[in-house]
Design a protein around this ligand. Structure first.
Ligand SMILES: Nc1nc2c(ncn2[C@@H]2O[C@H](COP(=O)(O)OP(=O)(O)OP(=O)(O)O)[C@@H](O)[C@H]2O)c(=O)[nH]1
Ligand SMILES: [Mg+2]
Length: 335
């Protein structure tokens, strides 16, 4: 068989295999996990309900609809929602976290969140080391961390900088401006600019839609550049709907007008949702596995190696010490 036809045959087989895997994935569904972090009361739980288009965190009934409100989140809460995006089944795990910033020292909140993320990496590490794999094992690694920034109009707070710098090595951080309806378009544009200046100045590692000039096609590069220019995404959350001119829309209703959640002139919610659950889902998963998890694994295994070396040194020291004692004892006995 000539080499060219052999390689064509091989290529056809690879393509067939890829199609079969894709079909299986479509049937089985994709698993994706997003964590939501930020100060208390910034609308994190409301955002989750808006993203999932269902009351994942139902309102607390306080007697009348006006008084109904979401309860304050008090513990790290992962919830899995089955949904369908572009005809593909998605098993979406959303991890809600208690808002921080109430305490003078937020170290506890930081560590709880960091430990949650690292625990999922540890689970994978343990599973990878098993001789017999557990077929029911569920990979719960966090693929994207949406960090909610308070709409102060100034710039990043100490707390935001500290958190994103510390967690950036463990998760794909996507910065988000919460309650964007509290700023007008000029204020919002200026705030976005200042936040990005801070991110660059403090060298905060965020997910900035990376691409490869040589490998990626023009369309991907253009799309990534457009999304990069939107950072940090401005969001508005609401589960309330109104019907206007026969069109049903989710919005926040004020005496002076409506803020539409899905209107890209009002906020970036729909673009964020599309990139998260559709266009960049696979990229976020790959970076989590190939880079963030790999980095954690290397650090953890080399640390364990160092600890073992230390133990060996300690053991050597103890043996030497015992030998010296025995020698001294023998000398005394001989005298
Ligand atoms: N103006 C405005 N208010 C919002 C928005 N999203 C949520 N809210 C309101 O903000 C309040 C707090 O919302 P939650 O979703 O409970 O906030 P949270 O971040 O989960 O709060 P914690 O669980 O305490 O951390 C509620 O009254 C929401 O209706 C928004 O986009 N704009
Ligand atoms: Mg909450």
């Amino acid at each position: 068989m000539p080499p060219s036809s052999k390689s064509a045959d091989g290529l056809a087989r690879t393509a067939m295999l890829a199609t079969t895997i894709r079909r299986k994935n479509i049937k089985k569904g994709l698993a994706f996990s997003v964590m939501i972090v930020g100060s208390t009361g910034l609308g994190k739980s409301t955002f989750i309900n808006t993203l999932c288009e269902s009351p994942v965190f139902p309102k607390k009934d306080c007697g009348s609809p006006e008084k109904a409100a979401l309860e304050k989140t008090v513990a790290i809460t992962p919830v899995t929602v089955e949904m369908e995006e572009d005809g593909i089944k998605l098993s979406l795990t959303i991890v809600d976290t208690p808002g921080f910033g109430d305490n003078i020292n937020n170290e506890g909140n930081f560590l709880d969140i960091l430990h949650y993320i690292e625990r999922q990496y540890d689970d994978i590490l343990a599973e990878e080391s098993r001789i017999k794999r557990n077929p029911k094992f569920y990979d719960n690694r966090v693929h994207a961390l949406l960090y909610f920034i308070a709409p102060t109009g100034h710039s990043l707070r100490e707390l935001d900088i500290e958190f994103m710098r510390r967690l950036g090595a463990r998760a794909n951080i996507i910065p988000v401006i919460a309650k964007a309806d509290s700023m007008n378009p000029t204020e919002l544009a200026a705030f976005k600019r200042r936040v990005m200046e801070d991110i660059a100045y403090y060298k905060i590692p965020i997910y900035n839609f990376p691409y490869d000039d040589e490998e990626d096609d023009d369309e991907t590069i253009e799309e990534n550049n457009e999304l990069r220019a939107l950072l940090p995404f401005s969001v508005v959350g609401s589960e309330d709907e109104v019907v206007l001119n026969g069109r049903r829309m989710r919005c926040r209703q004020y005496p002076w007008g409506l803020v539409e959640v899905d209107n890209s002139r009002h906020c970036d919610f729909s673009k964020l949702r599309y990139m998260l659950l559709s266009s960049h889902l696979q990229d976020l998963k790959e970076i989590t596995h190939d880079f963030l998890y790999e980095q954690y694994r290397t650090e953890k295994l080399s640390k364990e190696g160092e600890d073992e070396d230390d133990e060996l040194v300690d053991e050597d020291d103890r043996t030497e010490h015992r030998r010296q004692q025995e020698l001294a004892g023998a000398e005394v006995a001989a005298q």
